[in-house]
Design a protein around this ligand. Structure first.
Ligand code: F6R
Length: 247
């Protein structure tokens, strides 16, 4: 299903409310809520609202375990462009989540250990019973996570090469495309598919064309987000502008 909201604020508040409801329901059962998280511009207001719910409405993250979709490779966690810094700045530094419950692909491991790292990332997700809610954005290449065109529907967590367009889109954060890492570690399409619920969000007219292809286009490795058409547990949450080309 596709839900269209007036603007990014309204859509983000809805997503945050779903996440908060999950956290509270799990608390009542004394269970953990397992969240799959995204970075980039799209989820920023979701995190702002979650921080507000923590500070103003007492939402606790003590029973929350998180797995981020991806991280650049190589990438130091202390670098300003790292997704570790991003997550701290927008969410983790402002809520009561336990440090040991946070998982983000490690951009510092030696390349020959990446494969083992990726397998253990998958195992860790499974050890918590899988992801309850997975947040995903969509890149202009049609990537979800950093699963660029050509990614297989059953792909797992792995080291990938970023598409040129993805690096161009990231160039502002890095002060030039040449500074954007060429690779990243990402959860696979198959990893994302295992989540019990997948929320794909997109805001503003810059995403309208790729959203149309993802939602209405032929399912193809050329646009990995089209694979989501095969997942019954997906909900697409858009603002009016991102939805503007849908028929
Ligand atoms: C980020 C990620 C990417 C982004 C996508 C959209 O963790 O996995 O797939 O969701 O590139 O980026 P924004 O939201 O910046 O437009």
């Amino acid at each position: 299903p596709v839900s269209v909201y007036a603007d990014q604020d309204a859509g983000s508040i809805e997503i945050a409310a779903r996440i908060a409801a999950l956290i509270v329901a799990k608390q009542e059962k004394r269970e953990v809520a397992v969240l799959g998280l995204a970075t980039g511009a799209s989820p920023v207001k979701v995190y702002t609202e979650l921080v507000r719910l923590h500070k103003e409405e007492g939402l606790s993250f003590k029973n929350v375990v998180t797995f981020n979709l991806d991280e650049y490779f190589p990438m130091s966690p202390t670098s300003d462009q790292s997704y570790v810094r991003f997550m701290k700045r927008h969410l983790f530094d402002h809520v009561d989540i336990a440090e040991e419950n946070i998982h983000i692909p490690d951009g510092t491991i030696p390349v020959e250990e990446v494969h083992t790292f990726c397998e253990s990332y998958e195992h860790k997700i499974s050890s918590y019973g899988g992801i309850d809610i997975q947040l995903v954005g969509i890149g202009r290449t049609g990537h979800i996570g950093f699963n660029e065109p050509g990614s297989a529907p059953n792909s797992g967590t792995r080291l990938v090469t970023l598409d040129d367009l993805t690096r161009r889109d990231a160039s502002r954060d890095f002060g030039g495309k040449e500074n954007v890492p060429v690779k990243a570690i990402t959860m696979g399409v198959g990893t994302i598919f295992k989540a019990k619920k997948i929320l794909l969000m997109a805001w503003n007219e810059k995403k309208a064309a790729i959203v149309k292809q993802a939602v209405e286009g032929e399912i193809s490795a050329d646009i990995p987000a089209t694979y989501l058409q095969l997942a019954a547990q997906v909900e697409v949450i858009l603002d009016k502008d991102a939805a503007s080309l849908l028929t």
